[in-house]
Design a protein around this ligand. Structure first.
Ligand SMILES: [Zn+2]
Length: 253
């Protein structure tokens, strides 16, 4: 009896030992990977952790999110990795409709950024459009350096082709910096950059305010047939984590 039971248990003991080995091997592999994780893999791991904790905090969050969006804010920010709008404003998915590009520009001729504006205003019915520049902006600094060096607007970056995407994108900002050259050249480089960042935000506030979508929204607001829409200009300070309102908010009047 004793031997028969022992023998019948033997395969189970073997199986348990084998499973423990697999877990150990897997555990070792996981810890080795965590020690030497690459940037893209870290994002996937972070996503899995975030999805699990978000669901734990709010069991219906993703079900609700999948049904549609109703953001009240459109955010134009710089593509800079240090200005993630949802993180720095303590927001959650669904709060902010977003367009980001180098130096937070909304040129009237750019179908990409302007289509985002049209969709947000006409279809999502957002109530606020925020242009958010940031201190030490690399795009603004490139345009400033080119303007102060007397480069042509089409050749902001001397090591890039003038017909290339980077120089084409920066051209309006460099043109703008050239138009402000006397004001900018009278300042220290860091002060001049801050001024250009602020002036660029104000210029984009003007671009957005002059757009067909915003003009139509303000006409409807004035007629009493539409909601209130406001356009704001902000600068995010990388050194403090705080946003400064430039107090250039625009409405129908
Ligand atoms: Zn930037």
């Amino acid at each position: 009896m004793f031997f028969r039971n022992s023998l019948s248990l033997f395969p189970i003991i073997l199986l348990a030992t084998a499973l423990t080995s697999i877990v150990n091997v897997e555990g070792h592999r996981l810890s080795a990977r965590q020690n030497k994780v690459d940037a893209s893999e870290r994002l996937l791991q972070g996503n899995a952790q975030w999805a699990a904790s978000t669901k734990k905090d709010n069991t219906t969050f993703f079900q609700t999110s999948a049904k549609g969006q109703d953001p009240k804010v459109l955010w134009y920010g710089c593509a800079d990795s240090r200005e993630p709008e949802s993180v720095i404003t303590n927001s959650i998915p669904g709060d902010i409709f977003v367009h980001r590009n180098i130096a937070n520009q909304v040129p009237p001729e750019d179908a990409n950024s302007v289509s985002v504006l049209e969709y947000a205003i006409k279809h999502l019915k957002v109530e606020h459009v925020i242009i958010a520049g940031h201190t030490n902006c690399g795009g603004a600094n490139a345009s400033l350096s080119a303007a102060l060096a007397g480069s042509s607007a089409s050749q902001t970056l001397s090591d890039e082709p003038s017909a290339g995407a980077l120089n084409k994108w920066l051209e309006p900002l460099t043109e703008f910096a050239l138009s402000q050259k006397s004001q900018l050249s009278a300042k220290s480089n860091s002060d001049a950059l801050t001024v250009l960042v602020e002036e660029n935000v104000k210029k984009q506030v003007e671009n957005v305010s002059n757009s067909e979508a915003i003009q139509a929204a303000w006409q409807a607001e004035t007629n009493g047939t539409g909601r209130a829409v406001r356009v704001h200009g902000w600068v995010y300070d990388l050194s403090t984590g705080l946003i400064r309102d430039l107090n250039v908010t625009r409405g129908p009047n």
